[in-house]
Structures are given as structure tokens and as C-alpha cells.
Design a protein around this ligand. Structure first.
Ligand SMILES: [Zn+2]
Length: 183
């Protein structure tokens, strides 16, 4: 698995709308790292895992992430990773709720890089792709506890076009491909 190289460039790109981001490895559409951008210095900090990432994401507007929320980290430290085209980046919307226990939120980049599909994996291993399905599921499974459909968000992260490989950008064909890639 590739490591993001630490870049000491002082001007890590500031992306306008979302401060939380998931990063996806080119080609295999597997997320290799989660990063959050500091509200002060705009550097990107890698998160240890998805749970950590979601903690910052869910509360982003009320309590923006800053470097010193990570122990031993300050804005003086070089960025953990830089926003560039060495990987494809996808940007989650801020304030997406933390995934309820037992569930997993899966973001899959389409092979033509056109968009990301979001689905949830239930504790029983069922994949759910939209809110109505989740409402049915929660009704059928009261044992999941006091969880409401609003604890889930199917809002797709945005694919950052600047980080998509050039040959794909220049050739936006095959966008009619079926979304059946999901497995
Ligand atoms: Zn900072």
C-alpha cells in the first residue's frame, strides 16, 4: 500500500467546499487513506482509520478540524500528504453522520471516474444503496437499536477532477456504462 509522501510545501491546496476527504487509489477504487484538512493552515492530515475520519467529518461545521486536535501535531508540522494527482481524491461533504456501529459505509469509485457510489453494509452483510431500502431494513431489524434513517447519508463524495488521470479527463467516453460494477 502506498504511503502519502510528506510534503513540506507551504501552500497545500485549499479546496473550497469540503474539508474532509477520502482518498481513493487510482484504478482499483480502493480507499488507501483518509485525510482531513486543517482549518487554520490548510494542510492535510492523514487519519489513522475510517472511524477517526468520520469523527471529524460528522461535526465539521460546528467544530472544524485543526492540526492540534491530533496529539503531537501542530500547524508547524509539514503536511502528511499533499493534494495532488498521485492519487485520485474524492471529497466527502462535511457533516455526514458517523456510521452507526455494526454498519459500514462503502464508497466506490466508478471505473470511468465519473462518480462515487455510496452504499452501506449492514451487520448481516446486506448492501443497501438508498434511503428507502435503509428505512425498510431498520423496520425489519429493530434489534439494530435506536437508529434512524437520518444516521445514514447516501450523499456521494465528489470526485476531484484535478486528480483524475489525464487520459481519463481527455476522453470522457463510456460514461453510459452501467453502474453494475458494485459488488
Ligand atoms: Zn493546521
Amino acid at each position: 500500500m502506498e504511503k502519502g509522501s510528506a510534503s513540506s510545501s507551504p501552500e497545500t491546496e485549499k479546496t473550497p467546499q469540503a474539508t474532509s476527504s477520502t482518498k481513493i487509489l487510482t484504478g482499483t477504487s480502493v480507499i488507501v487513506a483518509y485525510a482531513v484538512q486543517c482549518d487554520n493552515c490548510y494542510k492535510w492530515r492523514k487519519m489513522e482509520n475510517e472511524e477517526h475520519f468520520e469523527e471529524f467529518r460528522c461535526n465539521h461545521s460546528a467544530d472544524p478540524f485543526v492540526c492540534n486536535k491530533l496529539s503531537g501535531t501542530t500547524c508547524e508540522k509539514p503536511a502528511d500528504i499533499s493534494f495532488d494527482s498521485s492519487h485520485v481524491w474524492v471529497m466527502d461533504k462535511p457533516n455526514i453522520p458517523k456510521t452507526p456501529k455494526g454498519f459500514k459505509r462503502i464508497a466506490t469509485l466508478r471505473s470511468d471516474y465519473s462518480k462515487v457510489d455510496v452504499q452501506y453494509l449492514t451487520p448481516q452483510g446486506k448492501k443497501i444503496r438508498a434511503r428507502p431500502g435503509m428505512m425498510d431494513y431498520l423496520q425489519e431489524h429493530p434489534e439494530c437499536g435506536p437508529i434512524s434513517p437520518s444516521d445514514f447519508s447516501f450523499e456521494a463524495p465528489k470526485v476531484m477532477r484535478d486528480t483524475v488521470p489525464k487520459h481519463v479527463v481527455n476522453n470522457p467516453a463510456s460514461s453510459t456504462k452501467k453502474k453494475r460494477k458494485l459488488k
